[in-house]
Design a protein. Structure first.
Length: 401
């Protein structure tokens, strides 16, 4: 079998196309072999195991995987070692982020866990991190569930916080939920030889490609914008092939694999990612203008980079706004085609100690909204009626970065 022609892995190795624009990659990456196979939609391979009459050959391939973690040459062996449908999504995401490789996991938290385990297995258990992070990422580090020890600092303190056993520096930009931004290039410089992990869930590669700015690891909760329809849970790390090999070995040994159906849905989600992110960002920017001019709103957070996430603080009770929305769905998560709103201090960041949360700029009045693809006037009408009971105060202040 000519594996270069027949497997998506072969497409990476043997038929990597010349550089194409993001919108083109979004619909073609991970699918380059389909036309030659007489297919249009990518096949979903649900096999957990694969027949082979050559056990000597399998022994050699498993030895090679144990050595480098490189994707298996030739047909798959067992679904925990790799799946062709998931590999299509990985190929596509790596192309969009501009990295050599990407490794997919069952959730964003499984992806972050695998990164921490890779570094801990090398004796590098210390993590330097900048708040705010997504609530559960903060919790995983603070609680030391995987044996890591965290030093929290601001971006300017990173270089001083590094120790000989520092295995990772972690930032989110824009951060969940305040949309605070860090200068990724400056942070990457401060990290020296320690890998910088940038959580790019909020920006997506449409707005920002952290690997180009020096981040060695780009993490996504693919549950959010990459899937884009609120029906897939997944995580992925885009990185160089050397680190990807270690992540695949951890994934193989710990089992946080992505299901092939999820891989299929994610690949489909990527094809509309640029269109979705740009359309929702335009609507978000208009809602930001209206919120910032509204006397019921105390403060609006919106990053310089733009995007479809908006955070704002009301003068009155944030719980009332949540209780009053009708078109907008009051729910945690983000990045779906429909607009969601939630109260971070109650839900997404509840697990973070209240003082740490407030120190990170997550006020008890903060609401986080993920703007979807609805018409802007319908969204504003809903926000306007949901805000009505809130008592008015001074004009809103606008915060960027
Ligand atoms: C949701 C989220 C995560 C965790 O991802 P899951 O897919 O829910 O495990 C990590 N980082 C950010 C920024 C998130 O929003």
């Amino acid at each position: 079998m000519d594996t270069d022609m027949d497997t998506p892995q072969g497409v990476i190795a043997g038929h990597r196309p010349a550089s194409r624009a993001l919108a083109t990659e979004a619909v073609h990456a991970g699918r380059d072999d389909l036309a030659r196979q007489g297919l249009h939609a990518p096949p979903i391979d649900l096999s957990t195991t694969y027949p082979s009459y050559d056990s000597r050959g399998e022994a050699a391939r498993i030895d090679a995987f144990a050595e480098t973690g490189a994707e298996l040459d030739g047909p798959p062996v067992y679904a925990r070692l790799g799946n062709p449908t998931v590999a299509r999504f990985e190929t596509a995401l790596a192309r969009l982020e501009g990295t050599e490789s990407a490794v997919a996991f069952a959730s964003g938290m499984a992806a972050l866990s695998a990164v921490l385990l890779v570094r801990a297995s090398m004796g590098l258990r210390h993590v330097v991190a900048v708040r705010p992070l997504y609530g559960c990422s903060d919790h995983l580090l603070t609680a030391g569930l995987l044996g890591s020890e965290v030093t929290w600092t601001d971006p300017a303190g990173i270089a001083d916080a590094l120790r000989p056993d520092t295995g990772l520096v972690m930032v989110e930009s824009p951060a969940n939920p305040t949309l605070a931004e860090v200068d990724l290039r400056a942070v990457a410089h401060a990290c020296g030889s320690v890998p910088l992990l940038a959580d790019n869930t909020f920006a997506t590669p449409v707005l920002q490609r952290p690997a180009e700015q020096g981040a060695r690891l780009v993490l996504h909760s693919a549950t959010k914008y990459l899937g884009g329809h609120g029906d897939v849970m997944a995580g992925v790390v885009a990185c160089d092939e050397e680190f990807a090999g270690k992540l695949r070995q951890v994934r193989f040994a710990t089992g946080g694999v992505l299901h092939p159906l999820a891989g299929y849905l994610l690949l489909r989600g990527l094809s509309t990612l640029p269109v979705r992110v740009r359309a929702a960002s335009e609507t978000a920017a208009e809602l930001v203008r209206r919120l910032a001019a509204d006397p019921r709103v105390a403060r609006v957070h919106y990053p310089r980079i733009g995007g479809a996430m908006v955070a704002f603080e009301v003068h009155g009770e944030p719980h009332e706004v949540i209780a009053n929305v009708r078109l907008i769905t009051p729910a945690v998560s983000l990045g779906s085609v429909d607009t969601l709103i939630q109260h971070p201090a109650s839900i997404s960041h509840r697990i973070v100690d209240a003082d740490d949360r407030r120190d990170a700029g997550v006020s008890d009045r903060l609401l986080r909204m993920s703007v979807g693809l609805e018409d802007v006037e319908d969204l504003w009408a809903d926000l306007d009626q949901a805000l009505t009971p809130v008592r008015t105060g001074a004009r809103a202040t606008m915060t960027t970065a």
